[in-house]
Design a protein around this ligand. Sequence first.
Ligand code: HEM
Length: 175
Amino acid sequence: VLSASDTAAVRALWKKLGNNVGVYTTEALERTFLAFPSTKTYFLHLDLSPGSTQVKAHGQKVADALTLAVDHLDDLPHVLSALSDLHSHKLQVDPVNFKVSMRAEAGPACQGWEEFSPGKGVEGQMDNSLSPQLLSHCLLVTLARHYPGDFSPALQASLDKFLRHVILALASGYP
Ligand code: HEM
């Protein structure tokens, strides 16, 4: 569970982002695809070139999900259950993409860094391409870039916790 100060910090930042959450989530996706090319595995049916309107549309969807999460921080598994179902059953995103985060939950944010280097897949499964840590990392970089004055170590830690809780909720659809 997020502490009261984590919750307050995340809510305050989101308020500041206003209508730009989609813009920053899109930048984070673009950064993820560029910095970790293997993340593109799941999105080959989309135009992934820089400035793509399809990536922008996807970024807005992910942003709306994150905003919904910010608005329901104490009820994440419930509000994200349909999305969890989508990723696990319909899209059949390999659970390896969500597992690292569950492990990281037990320790400091940096724990297990070597675990999610791209391409280090489990045999017979897709590699951990769009590892949510990679997307979370790129979202943190994006926000740090646009809000340097706000981005204290404490805010980074709170945001990181928030994103890990989102991933945990998304992973709840897996057996
Ligand atoms: C679609 C959110 C992580 C793969 C979506 C959608 C949302 C979303 C809101 C659109 C659902 C709809 O159209 O109704 C998130 C969030 C994530 C996350 C908040 C974590 C922070 C991942 C990961 C993967 C993934 C880790 C793959 C490794 C996909 C794919 C689609 C999708 C392939 C369908 C894209 C399309 O064809 O339009 N996601 N997702 N997502 N997600 Fe995720």
